[in-house]
Design a protein around this ligand. Structure first.
Ligand SMILES: [Zn+2]
Ligand SMILES: [Zn+2]
Length: 326
């Protein structure tokens, strides 16, 4: 099979011909139809996350067809269309797994990080962490698997906030904006200063106001969601948030947060992060996405152009989500 392989952090992916993987007892062999490119892939390729499997096939927003199954597989049949997310395996016995927080499992393994992912023609995945994909096309479903799932978990951590500011208007934000509109919430969008294209994109998805992250919003926020990996946005978001409001960081990696005066955190503002996803998040979100008629904006690239897709994401040169097609 053809695959794009990371051999060392900081190096471009290499087009490689590999033998087809064999599914273990609980695994599906999946013919990849589409794999979206997540900012986490950039962090892995750039060496900003510790200890990836090497060599590694990145990619954790996979949509494909089951073409072979392991002997214990009972949730899917040959020909089924499935989605494979970031959460690839959990231990089931640690204090997190047994308290509804498998996203924090001490021994969790992640697709496209410790497990080979979807930048390939074929992949194997544990059936217990895969989801049936109905209703959506392959390409439009792919960004739901992480941008959608993690975006949804991030939004959930904002509780019942009415007016929410989103910092960084990329793949996750463009999905969250539609969920917010469905839920009747108000949205302000903060982009890189001067990024008129992203601001227009945000307005087209229901943002009442869109401006640069260096601008104060016209009204204080009930909550803020940060999707851009820029630590300086944390004090900016706290300063833009009302008393008792919550600032949620949805990314896996961020540049250092600069020091800030205690008074912008005081008055019971909450600052928290989101890590990974649970299978329950995925089930809730996929049902909600269908009910809310969530659409994804995608830019497709052939698998062979994975490095170009990563570069475009790094440079903010695309709107919505990049999706690789093998
Ligand atoms: Zn566990
Ligand atoms: Zn991701």
């Amino acid at each position: 099979m053809r695959a794009q392989v990371l051999t060392a952090a900081g190096h471009p992916l290499a087009a490689t011909e590999l033998p087809a993987p064999h599914p273990g007892p609980q695994q599906l062999l999946i013919g990849v139809r589409a794999c979206a490119v997540c900012r986490t892939d950039l962090h892995v390729v750039d060496g900003e996350l510790p200890d990836p499997k090497l060599p590694l096939i990145p990619g954790h927003e996979i949509i494909g067809i089951v073409i072979e199954k392991g002997k214990s597989v009972d949730r899917f049949n040959l020909g089924d269309r499935v989605g494979v997310p970031w959460l690839g395996w959990t231990c089931g016995v640690c204090e997190y797994c047994t308290s509804g927080r498998e996203n924090l499992c001490d021994r969790a393994r992640f697709t496209g990080y410790q497990i080979d992912g979807g930048y390939a023609e074929l992949t194997v995945a544990d059936q217990r962490y895969c989801f049936a994909i109905e209703r959506y096309g392959d390409v439009e479903a792919a960004p739901l698997m992480c941008a959608g799932l993690i975006g949804y978990r991030t939004l959930r951590m904002a509780g019942d906030a009415r007016l929410i500011g989103i910092y960084g208007f990329g793949a996750a934000a463009h999905i969250v904006a539609q969920v917010m509109r469905h839920q009747g919430r108000r949205l302000f969008a903060f982009t890189r200063p001067g990024d008129a294209g992203a601001q227009e994109f945000a307005r087209s998805l229901g943002a009442e106001w869109a401006g640069g992250s260096d601008e104060p919003p016209p009204e204080l926020l009930d909550a803020a969601l940060i999707f851009a990996p820029v630590g300086g946005l944390v004090p900016a978001a706290l300063a833009a948030t009302k008393k008792g409001g919550t600032v949620v960081s949805g990314g896996i990696h961020m540049s250092d947060i600069p020091s800030f005066p205690y008074r912008i955190l005081w008055e019971e503002r909450v600052l928290r992060s989101v890590a990974n996803l649970t299978r329950r998040d995925a089930e809730e979100f996929l049902a909600l996405a269908a009910e809310a008629g969530i659409r994804t904006e995608t830019v497709t690239y052939p698998l062979a152009d994975a490095n170009r897709a990563l570069a475009d994401l790094r440079n903010g040169a695309l709107q919505g989500a990049a999706v690789l097609i093998p």
